[in-house]
Each structure stands twice: as C-alpha cells, then as structure tokens.
Design a protein around this ligand. Structure first.
Ligand SMILES: *[C@@H]1O[C@H](CO)[C@@H](O)[C@H](O)[C@H]1NC(C)=O
Ligand SMILES: *[C@@H]1O[C@H](CO)[C@@H](O)[C@H](O)[C@H]1NC(C)=O
Ligand SMILES: *[C@@H]1O[C@H](CO)[C@@H](O)[C@H](O)[C@H]1NC(C)=O
Ligand SMILES: *[C@@H]1O[C@H](CO)[C@@H](O)[C@H](O)[C@H]1NC(C)=O
Ligand SMILES: *[C@@H]1O[C@H](CO)[C@@H](O)[C@H](O)[C@H]1NC(C)=O
Ligand SMILES: *[C@@H]1O[C@H](CO)[C@@H](O)[C@H](O)[C@H]1NC(C)=O
Ligand SMILES: *[C@@H]1O[C@H](CO)[C@@H](O)[C@H](O)[C@H]1NC(C)=O
Length: 390
C-alpha cells in the first residue's frame, strides 16, 4: 500500500520540470516491455535511454539486453566521514560511472553542514527531500551508518541497500517514538501486503538527539568471522553493536519451496529524507509516517528545512574486486547480471568491463553520454526505496 507509484510520480514530476521533454517522454520499460536497441537501458525509474540511464539503478532484465546496463562498480571497504565532501559528487548530472573518483552522489536535494561538526544534514523542504547514493555496490558485508534520524510527523528517514533488480534491506524512521527504529527487506521489489516483513525495534537511546550507529549486515566486529553478516545465509540489523534482528535465508523459502525470497544481489547504499506525509500520498503512507507534515512546525520555520544528520558510513565488503589477474584494471571491476538460476533468482558475476560511460563494452550501445532530461527523470523522483511497511 505504501509503495510509491513511480510511474505516476514520474509523469507528475517531469511535467513540473523545465527540462527538455524529448528524453523524458522516451519509452517506458518494465518486466514485460523491454527497451529498444536505440535506447537500450531501462533506468531505475523505468525509462529507456542511453548514458546515465545505464548507470546506477539501470534494470538489467528490463533493458534491451541484460548487459546493456554498465556493470555495478564493485565493493571497496571504506569509511566516509561526511565532514569531508571531497568524494561526494554534489551535481549528479556529472556522474559518469567512475567510482574511483566518487564514493557518493547527491541524487536529489541539498546537504547542509551540521552546525556541531557532525557531518551533513540531509534536508527536506516543500520542494522535496534529499537522496544520497553510494557509487559502489555491496554484495554481502556490513554497513554502519552513524547518524541522527528525523523526528517530525510525516517526515521519513531511511538508510537502505537497493539493488538494480530491487532487492532491498531497510532501516527506517517514520515518525516513530525516538527510541525506535524499523527494519524491513524485499526480494526483487515484490511487496506482499498480507505478509509484511517489517519490524519495529526499541532500544535505549534517542534517535534524534544521539549519534547512534545503525548496522545492516551484522553487529560490530567481535572477530573477522563475525563481521560480515549480510551473508548468503543470514541477514542482521544492529544498533550500537547490539543485534536487533536476524533473518535467515532458510526462513525466506517460498511456500511452494521453489525460491528463497532473500536479498542476494549487489546493492547501492542510499540515505534519504522524504516527505511521506503529503496530501497526495496514499492514506496508509500518511498514517505510517505519523500524519501530514506541518510546514509551520517551529523547527522548520527556524531552519527552513527538516533534516536528518549523517556523520559517517563504514562499508565492509564480503566480496571485493577480483584482482588476481594482472590484466584486470582494479578501477574497472564491476558486478554484472548473467541471467537467472533454475529457481529464477538472478545470478551475478564480476567483470572487467568498464563501469564508466564512454569506455568500452558492454554498454557499448549506451556509451555515448546523452542525458538531456535525465535530471527530470532521475533527480526529481525519490525512488521507491522503502516506502512500504506492512
Ligand atoms: C509494462 O508497460 C506496458 C506499456 O507501458 C504496459 O501496458 C504494461 O501493463 C506494463 N506491464 C507491467 C507488468 O507493468
Ligand atoms: C551540473 O552539471 C551540469 C553538467 O556539467 C551543468 O550543466 C549544470 O549547470 C550543473 N549544475 C549546477 C547547479 O552546478
Ligand atoms: C576515474 O577517476 C580516477 C580518479 O580521478 C582517474 O584516475 C581515472 O582516470 C578515471 N577513469 C576514467 C575511465 O575516467
Ligand atoms: C517500545 O517503546 C514504546 C515507547 O516508545 C513503548 O510504548 C512500548 O511499550 C515499548 N515496547 C517494548 C516491547 O518495550
Ligand atoms: C502473500 O503472503 C501470504 C501469507 O504468507 C500468502 O498466503 C500469499 O500467497 C502471498 N502472496 C503472494 C502473491 O505471494
Ligand atoms: C579483461 O580481462 C581479459 C581477460 O583477462 C583481458 O584480456 C582484457 O584485456 C581485460 N580488459 C580490461 C579492460 O581490463
Ligand atoms: C529472472 O527471474 C525474474 C523473476 O524471479 C524475472 O522477473 C526476470 O525477468 C528473469 N530474468 C531473466 C533474464 O530471465
């Protein structure tokens, strides 16, 4: 119920944007209607195109060919201190797939330096929210988000992983009491309203005033063996090193025993603040978010925005780049989809084909940068993310 209608939002927001309509009006794509050869890449938002359409979020199975999308830049263990924005690209239209140069892209919205020096505030105004996306993809491992969530009715903070086939692992704060965080996960973007996988977790601490560390993948490492806990067989969430939830892959087996509905594909890391409490939102969405946003709220009036604060993000990869072969350039290693296995679960391999636009196959068809209108499609819409909670 809460999952956002991307198609409707696209139409609405493109209409509002002043960008040229040529590409924005380009064909749409989905699991039954794939992209044509001339515009082979199916973007995260379901539009066919070239250039940036072939980068982060490009949907391999809805594109002209599975390999039309550029490979996903492979995981590198790292820590970003958000006081330092030197590896954060603030103008997403300049992103060309070079994850050696940028760790994060500001897909939408605006950052404001935290007044206490604790990194950056992601802001939300009447014009929309903010979405920060990693350039690299994690394929199992652990992510530690050190952050403060938002606390206002209708305003949602999310820290998630999202793959190009819509496997998703979520941490969310949806106007919950300030001692709670919500968890959820999705397999291939399938939402089953009668079988919600969401969890709500109390902990001792304040989500708005404390700088807590929220982990997807597992608890803080006690040993190297314990560390990498978004694994092939289990997934965990933790707060300040304490595990709050474990989901085993075994527990996700479908009723007919044919498929594990378990997130298993390389995913970008995304942090966002978004307006769920708008009159245009579905009723269930508004309720989940704690009501409509009050634009006269004193914090909003005083600051000119609502916010959350991200101090740092640490990534520990279970699956870093293959570099055993000296002919492989480390900067070009990516994950690429190779099809489905017999249970219709996507299979992924590492490739040395460049992740960068304009350099080499695959995505040769998509190599020329042609992105007029991409901001209308890509930057004006908050992705489907985590917009469901039951
Ligand atoms: C895919 O898109 C086509 C054309 O826009 C539409 O008719 C069809 O219903 C869509 N299919 C799905 C599964 O969304
Ligand atoms: C973002 O980059 C594009 C392409 O280089 C440029 O045309 C545009 O003016 C930039 N936007 C801002 C706000 O700097
Ligand atoms: C990517 O960026 C790195 C670091 O700035 C640079 O050395 C490299 O040449 C770039 N690669 C491509 C293919 O543009
Ligand atoms: C969780 O915290 C809320 C208040 O924020 C409280 O009402 C509820 O009883 C707590 N639940 C548990 C299981 O402790
Ligand atoms: C949704 O979940 C319910 C309860 O587990 C199950 O009976 C139903 O088949 C599921 N629906 C789909 C479409 O998988
Ligand atoms: C990719 O790997 C193959 C086989 O090792 C090698 O021949 C080729 O030169 C490599 N290409 C790049 C761009 O690294
Ligand atoms: C793989 O299976 C999924 C369903 O699990 C389906 O949507 C997708 O189209 C399949 N892809 C290919 C290439 O067969």
């Amino acid at each position: 119920m809460l999952r956002f209608s991307v198609a409707a939002a696209a139409a609405l927001l493109i209409g509002l944007a002043s960008a040229p309509l040529a590409l924005a009006q380009g064909t749409t794509c989905n699991s039954t209607v794939h992209c044509p050869r001339s515009a082979p890449c199916c973007s995260e938002y379901g539009f066919c195109g070239t250039g940036q359409f072939c980068l982060g979020g490009c949907q391999p199975f809805n594109s002209y060919e599975t390999t039309s999308c550029k490979p996903n830049p492979v995981c590198r263990s790292s820590t970003t201190d958000f006081n330092d924005l030197s590896r954060v690209l603030l103008n997403a239209t300049q992103y060309n797939g070079n994850a050696s140069k940028w760790d994060w892209v500001l897909e939408k919205g605006a950052l404001v330096a935290d007044p206490s020096g604790n990194g950056q505030r992601l802001t939300l105004t009447e014009h929309g929210g903010t979405l920060l996306s990693s350039t690299r993809y994690i394929h199992y491992g652990q992510i530690d988000f050190t952050m403060q969530a938002s606390k206002w009715a209708g305003v949602v903070t999310a820290a998630i992983t999202m793959s190009d086939v819509k496997d998703e692992i979520d941490l969310e704060w949806a106007s919950t009491p300030t001692n709670q965080v919500q968890s959820n996960y999705f397999f291939l973007g399938v939402v089953n309203y009668t079988d919600n996988k969401g969890g709500t977790h109390n902990f001792s601490g304040n989500t708005f005033t404390d700088m807590n560390t929220y982990t997807v993948g597992g608890a803080t490492a006690a040993s190297a063996d314990d560390q990498l806990n978004w694994q092939e067989d289990q997934l965990q969430w933790a707060v300040n090193g304490k595990i709050i939830r474990t989901v085993t892959k075994a527990s996700t087996l479908s009723l007919d025993g044919s498929q594990y509905k378990y997130p298993s594909t390389p995913s970008r890391i995304q942090i966002s603040i978004w307006p769920a409490g708008l009159p245009t939102s579905a009723k269930g969405t508004i309720e989940w978010a704690g009501g409509l946003i009050d634009w006269n709220e004193p914090d909003y009036v005083a600051n000119g925005y609502f916010w959350n604060t991200v101090k740092s993000v640490s990534i520990s990869c279970a699956d870093e780049g293959i570099e055993t072969d000296s002919t492989i350039l480390p900067d070009t290693v990516g994950y690429s989809y190779t099809g489905n296995d017999t249970s219709n679960t996507p299979m992924v391999a590492q490739t040395n084909h460049s992740t960068v636009l304009g350099s080499g196959a695959p995505g040769a068809l998509a190599a020329s940068i042609s992105m007029i209108g991409v901001t209308a499609a890509a930057a004006a819409i908050i992705p489907a993310l985590t917009w469901s909670l039951w």
